[in-house]
Design a binder for this molecule. Structure first.
Ligand code: FAD
Ligand code: NAP
Length: 536
């Protein structure tokens, strides 16, 4: 870093990332009169919605909720066209926000932060970018995203493959034309399940390589009823406040049952599940109060979805392969549009790579299950090095040269999912140990941005130069996060919540469960003068 050119004056803050997190964080800090510079790897704002342009990409939290609430004018003026808006519309919204609040001028685009080092004497961060600049800032805020570091498995022979390859999380801006092509899709998580019906419609032939089947329910996406939107907007503040009290910060309007699945007769269960299946989306898991309570109660919901798959998919062998044998809801439930129906198409094949993995790529395609598949293009819907990936791809060094990679080698350790001991004045947005991916993420982002902005104001008011998580407080927090997950069915599946999708990644449950509890706990910390933070 010493050889690099130190540019400009010392700033108050550097924000890394221009997704919903980085944009709102920057807006708040600029409003407070702080000098801020943002860096973004892409050439514009939007984060997730900038990168994930694959066909069929859309949100799975309804748009009236998956949006900022901080500005009444913004939420009144923006009009969503669909219940779950498609990626281009969400990206247009991000651009609208950037224009409306004049955010772009604070960002350097096409610039990646590669390293950051805390200089103890001056209590500043030296932040290095891939353009060779080094910037000094008092605060470093990582809005680098939970699902922004693509997981690209190391398939043997991939470099020999002659056709084009695409990762869903880095889709070409100009789109991809699969017409007349033999396409392979690897991966059947949300990205695979959303894109497969669209690719199947376009391609000459589609082969889906499935390692683990996933539970998916119909999204029942539809044009957003203008009357419904108007009625929500008429009382938007209350609608948002109600959502804020929900465990995942959305869905207060869902018809939630308080009945136990165990008390229902088989006929009652069937009627109830059918009703919730028809409603579409995550509400399905609210059909009974205790679907997530135990393996016994969960199995009723899982069996219902398996039965549905059997009814939709005409080939019983294919239907069988598509049926997950795990707990429903412990991997992210998918909300689809015609996914299982796609396997009834004559141009779609499903290949089970659960027991024998994809062996190798060849110049013409790939080999799996002892067979060769000729492919003109391959789509990697293989997900992300979630929650920690984007942070650890940056060489971050705190006090005494402590490396974040070393500190987190056995799993992430944070206090409140916001800070890590040994890294003063560094904040993470939706970091591991916060509700993050298990909440409506825009709401989680707003809560974090406001909390961080307030903490910085408090530190400045109290002439604090180094604001840092205490190790004891961090250890207690990690224990709380772990205990909360152990009381649930989440540890039952090999999910990315546990890091299980990336070979060699420590198996640690990363998100904090329960948004309202989290908010209450972090607010109490603030009310007690940022208890658990050392302020030097
Ligand atoms: P991101 O949007 O990921 O933005 C982070 C930005 O940081 C990226 O643009 C990245 O390029 C940049 N960056 C990272 N590292 C560096 C670096 N070193 N230097 C410079 N720039 C860097 N959540 C929901 O709640 N509901 C949904 O319906 C939903 N749907 C999703 C659909 C998809 C396809 C995916 C992948 C995720 C979805 N999510 C959803 C989660 C989604 O990631 C969040 O809702 C939200 O958009 C995250 O915003 P963010 O700003 O925190 O991160
Ligand atoms: P994902 O859920 O992690 O799915 C990745 C898929 O790739 C899995 O099926 C995985 O199989 C498979 N895979 C990975 N490595 C493989 C290998 N070496 N060989 C064969 N298969 C392999 O990733 P994602 O689908 O991108 O979704 C990630 C998250 O982003 C979602 O859970 C959600 O939070 C968000 N998202 C949301 C939406 C939405 O609906 N709004 C859309 C897309 C993404 P295994 O299961 O066996 O590991």
């Amino acid at each position: 870093m010493q050889d690099q050119k130190l540019s400009g004056r010392r700033l108050d803050a550097v924000v890394v990332g221009a997704g919903f997190g980085g944009m709102y964080m920057t807006h708040l800090l600029v409003q407070k009169g702080l000098s801020v510079r943002g860096f973004e790897r892409g050439d514009d704002v939007g984060g997730t919605w900038y990168w994930n342009r694959y066909p069929g990409c859309r949100c799975d939290v309804e748009s009236m909720e998956y949006s900022y609430k901080f500005s009444e004018e913004l939420q009144q003026e923006w009009e969503w066209s669909e219940r779950y808006s498609p990626q281009p519309e969400i990206l247009a919204y991000a651009n609208h926000v950037a224009d409306r609040f004049d955010l772009r001028r604070h960002f350097s685009f096409q610039t990646s932060v590669t390293a950051a080092r805390y200089c103890e004497g001056d209590a500043v961060w030296e932040v290095e970018t891939d353009t060779g600049e080094v910037i000094e800032a008092r605060y470093l805020i990582m809005a680098t995203g939970c699902l922004s570091a693509a997981n690209m498995p190391d398939f043997p022979g991939l470099e020999t493959y002659g056709g084009p390859t695409y990762h869903t999380g880095a889709w070409p801006k100009e789109g991809v034309d699969f017409a007349g092509k033999r396409v392979g899709v690897i991966g059947t998580g949300s990205s695979g399940i959303q894109s497969i019906p669209f690719i199947a419609e376009q391609a000459d032939h589609l082969t889906v390589f499935q390692r683990t089947p996933n539970f998916s329910v119909p999204a029942r996406n539809m044009p957003l009823d203008p009357e419904l939107a108007a009625s929500i907007k008429a009382n938007y503040a209350q609608f948002r406040a109600d959502a804020y009290q929900q465990p995942a910060a959305f869905g207060a309007h869902f018809p939630r049952s308080e009945d136990s699945v165990l008390d229902a007769t088989p006929e009652e269960r069937e009627v109830r599940f059918e009703k919730y299946w028809e409603l579409g989306g995550f509400v399905f898991l609210s059909a009974f109060e205790d679907i997530g309570a135990s393996l016994e109660t969960n199995k009723f919901a899982a069996d219902f979805v398996r039965k549905k798959i059997g009814e939709i998919v005409t080939d019983p062998k294919v239907a069988d392969l598509l049926c997950p044998d795990t707990v429903i809801g412990c991997k992210r439930l998918v909300a689809d549009s015609g996914y299982f129906e796609t396997y009834n198409r004559a141009n779609v094949d499903l290949v089970d790579v659960s027991s024998s993995p994809i062996e190798r790529f060849t110049p013409d395609g790939l080999e799996a299950c002892g067979r060769s598949f000729d492919l003109d293009a391959v789509v990697f819907a293989t997900g992300f090095d979630a929650m920690t990936g984007a942070l650890l791809r940056i060489d971050i060094q705190g006090r005494n040269g402590l490396s974040l990679r070393d500190k987190w080698s056995a799993g992430p350790r944070t206090y409140l999912g916001l800070a890590s001991a040994g890294f003063p004045n560094l904040f993470m947005m939706t970091g591991p140990g916060s509700p993050s991916v298990l909440a409506n993420m825009v709401t989680g982002i707003e809560q974090h941005a406001e909390y961080i902005a307030q903490a910085i104001s408090w530190a400045d008011d109290h002439k604090v130069s180094a604001f840092e998580a205490e190790l004891d407080a961090e250890n207690r927090w990690v224990e709380i996060v772990n205990l909360r997950s152990e009381e649930t069915l989440y540890p039952q599946c090999n999910s990315w919540y546990l890091g299980a999708n990336v070979p060699g990644k420590p198996r640690v449950f990363m998100p904090f469960l329960g948004f309202p509890d989290y908010v209450a706990m972090v607010d109490e910390v603030a009310a007690k003068g940022y208890e658990g933070f050392r302020s030097g």
